[in-house]
Design a protein around this ligand. Structure first.
Ligand SMILES: [Zn+2]
Length: 474
């Protein structure tokens, strides 16, 4: 019986090798798009929103939701059902589960897990890592760094500065300088010494010609520190995920092929803040970047794979809530013109310049509310009732007239801004069940050579293995 099994296995191997040899679908250009915090409900909300702008009930397809192959992926980490971006990223970059907080090392920190990007580089491919948050944040970090904690920003940045990857683009470093053995080490200097062209001017970056040099682009500082501005707040002079992706393709394309990871990192931040309209705009910005890759794919259909997925859901977003029940109105999100972050800064000005007359300050607040969130407006059909106005006034008394502390966590949002955003979500007919991540399986969308491999339901540790087979990595 044992022998029979052996023969069977050998026969299977011969066939498998023959099939592999026959097809050898080596993908030359691999894109991995990770929407951080993008659950299926974030996707549905964005599609329902687009449909609602056309006064339709239903879903308007995004670029990636039109991909021919879809799958579902399980996201739990080694030690928690609800993962963080570090452990989910490690799974997707290395094929190993680890504990929450770890950056491509084993749960007990003793073992370094080699990443798909490192393997692709060893094979001679060029590597690009792109994100809308800081470049040392968990999701990009798992592809180039190995650290016991995602919070070791300097150590992570050090591994970036000394890496041989070809293209990094994101926000800045969270901890660019540190004293090491009594000597100050600056990551930018270190990266420059290691051959990186460092840029942070948007126009210069856009004008950068194709080069074989390594490039590190760090966006100019925004209110939220080392990250791109939220898409909803961005102005014409700002750089976008689309710009980063387009430049990446331009710089990396060549006979060696490339692996490029692009993270839509602030879908997660908007989820933590329970900010629906900002979520939608981040999703649209992410989709625009993907469309860029699809254009490239159309010129290289036999050699390109594009995979779009997520690390986890953030915010426990659902379409439907207790108040509205079967009614939804995602179209009202179009009237929101500022993210929670920007709105909070505006609310802060009221706090700083408070007159002592709460009625007067509340009027000021209502003006901000209408102009920035589209609430309490006759034209938008979003007039607030007595109870809602009273609720906001109470929160204002608590948070502006007493000295309420920040809620902490990801974005710096204050109770009054949060209460106002909750009303926006409620009227849009959606709800949030958490200010953190949740467990739901995340979707996978794929197009290109070998895309079929991504259909079905599997664990997130399978994702890099599937990609590696296509890319011809041993
Ligand atoms: Zn998060």
């Amino acid at each position: 019986m044992k022998r029979f099994k052996l023969i069977l296995i050998s026969a299977y191997l011969v066939v498998a090798l023959a099939v592999q040899g026959q097809e050898s679908p080596r993908v030359k250009y691999a894109f991995l798009f990770i929407g951080d915090g993008m659950g299926i409900s974030q996707i549905s909300l964005t599609q329902a929103y687009l449909a609602s702008l056309e006064k339709e009930i239903g879903m308007t397809s995004l670029t990636f939701t039109g991909f021919p192959v879809t799958g579902l992926m399980q996201t739990h980490s080694n030690n928690k059902l609800i993962t963080c971006s570090a452990s989910a990223g490690t799974a997707m970059a290395t094929g190993f589960k680890t504990d929450n907080g770890r950056i491509s090392v084993s749960p007990d920190k003793s073992e370094i897990y080699t990443t798909i990007a490192e393997k692709a580089k060893q094979q001679g491919m060029r590597i690009g890592l792109v994100t809308s948050v800081s470049i040392d944040h968990a999701t990009p970090a798992v592809f180039y760094a190995h650290q016991p904690s995602r919070n070791m920003y300097f150590e992570i940045g050090y591994q970036l500065a000394t890496s041989n990857f070809d293209y990094f683009a994101g926000g800045g470093f969270k901890e660019p300088v540190k004293q090491l053995n009594g000597k100050e080490v600056n990551l930018l200097t270190l990266a420059e010494d290691n051959g990186f062209i460092i840029m942070n001017d948007v126009q210069e970056f856009k004008a950068l010609n194709k080069t074989r040099e390594k490039v590190l682009m760090l966006s100019p500082k925004t209110a939220s520190g080392a990250s791109l501005p939220y898409a909803i707040d961005a102005g014409p002079g700002d750089v976008s995920l689309l710009d980063y992706t387009a430049k990446g393709i331009e710089l990396l394309e060549g006979p060696e092929g490339f692996f490029m990871m692009v993270e839509g990192g602030k879908i997660d931040w908007a989820g933590h803040a329970n900010d629906a309209a900002t979520t939608v705009h981040e999703m649209l910005a992410f989709d625009e970047a993907i469309a860029m890759a699809v254009d490239f794919y159309k010129n290289h259909p036999e050699e390109t794979i594009i995979v779009v997925t997520s690390d986890h859901e953030t915010g426990g977003l659902s379409l439907g809530n207790r108040v509205m029940q079967y009614e939804t109105n995602p179209a009202i999100l179009q009237h929101q013109k500022a993210s929670v972050e920007k709105f909070t800064l505006l609310v802060r000005t009221i706090r700083e310049k408070k007159s002592g007359d709460i009625k007067r300050d509340f009027k000021k607040f209502l003006k901000l509310l209408e102009a920035n969130l589209g609430l309490n407006s006759k034209t938008n059909n979003t007039l607030l009732d007595e109870a809602e106005l009273e609720m906001l006034k109470e929160v204002m008394a608590e948070s502006i007239y007493k000295d309420a502390n920040d809620t902490g966590g990801y974005p710096d949002y204050k109770p009054l801004a949060a209460a106002a955003l909750e009303l926006v979500s409620q009227k849009a007919g959606i709800a949030w069940g958490s200010g953190a991540h949740t467990y739901v399986d995340v979707p996978v969308f794929a197009i290109g050579a070998g895309a079929e491999a991504f259909s079905g339901m599997y664990d997130n540790t399978e994702l890099p293995k599937k990609l590696e087979i296509l890319m011809g990595i041993d």
